[in-house]
Design a protein around this ligand. Structure first.
Ligand code: 5GP
Ligand code: ZN
Length: 114
């Protein structure tokens, strides 16, 4: 999508620190980290929200989770723990309309979230 921030990051039109890329998935550091480790994992395909995802996206959504786990583990958080979060829609605070997983680690994370 031409006016989508994360599509532009995917395409290199907006700079970001890319940490992982394959045909289906891109990951990069969040510009405003909420924990010592905070990366975003997105599908290369533009899907506006989890609420828009269809059954055909099931494997892709699963892949986002596996990449999130691999990134956190590679950064040393496998044992200590990490959190993956996907905000969907306004009440959840989704601010970028391209599906993305937050991967957070490096401090004790409160529960429940605000
Ligand atoms: P949301 O609020 O939609 O769940 O998460 C959007 C995330 O994107 C936020 O954590 C925000 O810090 C991050 N973000 C917004 N703009 C940019 C940007 O230009 N570059 C990067 N790397 N992250 C961004
Ligand atoms: Zn997009």
């Amino acid at each position: 999508m031409s006016d989508c921030l994360f599509c532009k990051i995917r395409d290199g039109q907006i700079p970001a620190t890319i940490t992982y890329r394959d045909q289906a998935v891109v990951a990069f550091k969040d510009i405003g980290p909420k924990a010592p480790f905070h990366q975003l994992v997105i599908p290369t395909q533009h899907i506006a929200s989890l609420a828009e995802a269809k059954s055909e996206h099931a494997a892709l959504l699963g892949k986002l989770m596996l990449v999130a786990s691999e990134l956190a583990s590679a950064a040393g958080y496998r044992e200590r723990g990490f959190r993956v979060v996907m905000n969907a829609g306004p009440d959840a605070g989704q601010s970028v309309a391209h599906v993305h997983l937050h991967v957070l680690a490096g401090r004790a994370l409160d529960w429940p979230p605000g």
